[in-house]
Design a protein around this ligand. Structure first.
Ligand SMILES: Cc1cc2nc3c(=O)[nH]c(=O)nc-3n(C[C@H](O)[C@H](O)[C@H](O)COP(=O)(O)OP(=O)(O)OC[C@H]3O[C@@H](n4cnc5c(N)ncnc54)[C@H](O)[C@@H]3O)c2cc1C
Ligand code: FES
Length: 278
């Protein structure tokens, strides 16, 4: 990583549109003020800043194949994200990046893809899903599986319907529990339940998993049971607290790896044996 000053200086961006995804999460559409494209790759993140406040790493939730803007799906978690949620279209924010190792697109080419997200993990995965939509002939098939806690926690509800394109590009989602007051009539149960009746050619399949830490073990076990036991068949995204985002401060280490530069996307075999990684 070079010492290029632009790595550390935020670039001004304008908020174009803001929409509510759930009571806790909003989707922000932004544009760099100098009119340039962000030119990110699916799976990368930016460091978002507001004047007078700290920074936070946020995954880019749209694909760079969609021109003129980029999107961030942000949960109201603490200081910065609460202030962001209060902004209106037209407001200015700062970003550094894009940073991090993206999804390994070359390894996915020509394969059957299983794209699995839990909770907020759908935000970073959405950048890959949009990329696959825009290059659909490059994949044998794309199956998206998504799990949320309850119907009101489902993110990107319109996308979930629009991604049910064909047998070759499909999307299913489930919620852990349905409150009796809800009119939700979709599937209920854990994400692993959805995997039970998925048909794949295991030798030609690659899975991408993005979600909360507790999701990884059961999902990985199920994928292995389905035959995804080879090298470079399971890719995942890991989150650690970050400061610099560029491999300098050591805040994001997982043993010898820096989550911000060696990740956040890893092959399972790169991290599975590391203490505390999953
Ligand atoms: C690579 C990466 C991508 C991310 N992408 C997104 C995204 O797309 N959307 C989104 O809403 N959030 C995302 N996050 C999480 C986000 O950066 C944190 O929630 C951030 O702390 C919010 O800043 P804040 O000032 O609002 O909250 P803070 O004031 O920092 O506090 C929020 C709470 O979250 C805890 N926390 C902070 N960082 C993390 C972390 N990495 N993992 C677990 N707990 C943490 C803090 O200890 C505190 O309890 C991402 C994090 C990483 C590392
Ligand atoms: S966040 Fe500073 S080294 Fe990764």
């Amino acid at each position: 990583m070079s010492d290029d000053p632009s790595l550390y200086a935020p670039r001004p961006c304008r908020l174009l549109e803001i929409s509510e995804l759930t009571p806790l999460e909003k989707l922000f559409r932004l544009q760099l003020e100098d009119g340039s494209e962000l030119n990110h790759q699916p799976g990368q993140f930016i460091q978002l800043s507001l004047t007078g406040l700290t920074e936070a790493p946020i995954s880019i939730a749209s694909s760079s194949t969609r021109k003129g803007y980029f999107e961030l799906g942000v949960r109201k978690a603490g200081l910065l994200t609460t202030a962001l949620h209060q902004l209106q279209p037209g407001a200015q924010v700062g970003i550094r990046g894009p940073f991090g190792r993206p999804f390994q697109l070359d390894a996915l080419h020509g394969k059957q893809l299983l794209l699995l997200a839990g909770g907020c993990g759908l935000a970073p995965l959405r950048s890959l899903i949009q990329y696959c939509q825009d290059h659909s002939s490059s994949y044998q098939s794309v199956q998206i599986l998504y799990g949320a806690r309850s119907p009101q926690d489902l993110l990107f509800k319109e996308d979930l319907v629009n991604w049910q394109i064909s047998d070759n590009f499909s999307c299913r989602y489930t919620v852990d529990q349905t409150p009796t007051t809800s009119c939700y009539d979709g599937e209920t149960g854990l994400l692993t339940n959805l995997l039970a009746d998925v048909q794949i050619d295991a030798d030609n399949c690659c899975a991408v998993v993005v979600g909360p830490p507790q999701m990884y073990r059961p999902v990985i076990n199920e994928l292995r049971r389905m035959g995804l036991t080879g090298s470079k068949q399971i890719m995942l995204s890991l989150e650690r607290q970050m400061r610099c985002g560029v491999g300098k401060c050591g805040h994001c280490t997982i043993e010898h790896l820096y989550c911000c530069t060696d990740g956040p996307i890893f092959w399972l075999e790169e991290v599975e044996h590391l203490r505390g990684a999953l």
